[in-house]
Design a protein around this ligand. Structure first.
Ligand code: ADP
Ligand code: ASP
Ligand code: MG
Length: 417
């Protein structure tokens, strides 16, 4: 007997029939003798609709009210799943973030979980064998007592945080694919499912755009050494033996991984914008005069490329920001023009970042060089490059994203046979 967290994403709870299917998955684990906490997302498309509604009312809406609106999707699915469970004879109770409580920071729309009190859930497991059905994505900030949300995809983070709080043996993430693949299987049909992936590699994949897990959930898994198992909710619940290992991907510590490839996977993101500041003076303090105001405006700068000055007087500086921050970033640089001193700004929003990830790169040279040659052979122009110990990224025209991903996937031997 053990203790499990089972998290179900939007497509897994997309309608009443799918919610009944989830209830049967939960029943299987309860019947096997486990204590179960379930974390649910809103029905597929619901959060997008709620976000749209806020924008429709006012593009400059109050973040506290945005959270009050968008947190409602999860409240509905938690209640419905509790009813579906009760209907098939399973004791269940729904919980919203404030009821547990899941305490978060006060950064509305992108709050971080600070603390979860798992005591009441544990008591109910023991005394009533009651399944806890928890609304994902939401919490409460102690400062004001108001509802917060954790950023898009945040139910993954709710699930791993709950798993740590109740000392679960494992956190199962049920989704619409049966595991983590070498790249998005919807884009590259030859992508291969990984049996295991190290937290470090998964962290990079997630932060470079693989949306199968929210970045913060992987961080929490790593900190608490909580095994995360990504699997499909689309397998028939009754066909699964709760004591066998189903198809899926275990995210675990590096020591538990047997086979070690140099490249683990490829991620991509079209949510990028490139800004080039032309003919800035090549003198100390210039980078600070550009990136200081951007940091103050809470804009995350990712890739940075500065040319070596040719004439010793001026140079160009290129960087990327999330597409959603592009306007604000441009405005921020324009507002600081007299302080920075530059000739003009060039920018592009139809760009994409493709990242090759693998902790095996630490001990292998020349991994990136191979990619540059392969992309050149396909006539794909590289606008910017960044590298770190276990990954490198290239910025390219968005139109070439799929071609670049497929080319690199084959190049590094990731295609399935
Ligand atoms: P959920 O609603 O269950 O949270 P998401 O849509 O957030 O599901 O995440 C699952 C999706 O992530 C998949 O449908 C897939 O298209 C995408 N994805 C991107 N990269 C990967 C990858 N490397 N492995 C698996 N899925 C990936
Ligand atoms: N429903 C939220 C979203 O769509 C949270 C989640 O699904 O993880 O972002
Ligand atoms: Mg998700």
């Amino acid at each position: 007997m053990g203790r499990l967290v089972m998290k179900f994403g939007g497509t897994s709870v997309a309608n009443i029939e799918r919610i009944r299917n989830v209830a049967r998955h939960v029943k299987r684990e309860v019947d096997a003798g486990h204590d179960v906490a379930v974390v649910v997302s809103a029905m597929a498309g619901k959060t997008n609709e709620l976000v749209e509604w806020c924008r429709d009312v006012s593009p400059m809406h109050d973040a506290r009210e945005y959270d009050a609106v968008v947190a409602s999707g999860e409240q509905v699915t938690a209640g419905l799943l509790a009813i579906a469970l009760q209907t098939i004879g399973i004791q269940a109770r729904s919980w919203q973030g404030w009821q547990i409580p899941i305490r978060t920071s006060d950064a509305h729309a992108s709050a971080r979980i600070l603390e979860i009190d798992g005591a009441e859930l544990a008591t109910r497991f023991k005394e009533r064998k009651e399944v806890a059905v928890i609304a994902g994505f939401q919490g409460i900030t102690p400062q004001t007592g108001r509802i917060t949300t954790l950023g898009r995809g945040g139910s993954d983070t709710s699930a791993v945080a709950i798993a740590a709080a109740i000392h679960a043996d494992r956190c199962d993430i049920y989704t619409d694919v049966d595991g983590v693949y070498t790249t998005d299987p919807r884009v590259v049909p030859k992508a291969r499912r990984l049996d295991r992936i190290a937290f470090e590699d998964m962290l990079e994949l997630a932060s470079q755009g693989a949306k199968v897990l929210q970045v913060r959930s992987v961080e929490l898994g790593m900190v608490h050494n909580m095994p995360i198992f990504v699997r499909s909710s689309f397998d028939k619940p009754e066909d699964i033996d709760p004591h066998a290992t189903p198809p899926g991907t275990l995210i675990c510590s590096e020591e538990e991984i047997m086979e070690n490839h140099v490249v683990t996977g490829i991620a991509f993101s079209k949510d990028e914008a490139q800004i080039s500041v032309r003919q800035i003076e090549d003198k100390p303090g210039v980078a600070a005069s550009i990136f200081g105001p951007l940091a103050e405006a809470n804009i995350n700068v990712d890739m940075i490329v500065q040319n070596v000055s040719e004439d010793g007087a001026t140079t160009d500086l290129t960087f990327t920001v999330p597409a959603s921050d592009y306007r604000r970033a441009r405005d921020t640089i324009t507002a600081a023009k007299s302080k920075i001193g530059y000739a003009r700004i060039d920018s592009a929003t139809d760009v994409a970042k493709v990242s090759v990830i693998g902790s095996g790169m630490r001990s292998h040279a020349g991994v990136a060089a191979k990619a540059f040659a392969a992309l050149a052979a396909r006539n794909i122009n590289i606008r910017a490059i960044t590298t770190s110990e276990i990954k490198f990224s290239v910025l390219i025209d968005a139109a070439y994203t799929e071609l670049a991903v497929r080319t690199l996937h084959t190049l590094y031997g990731l295609d399935q046979a």
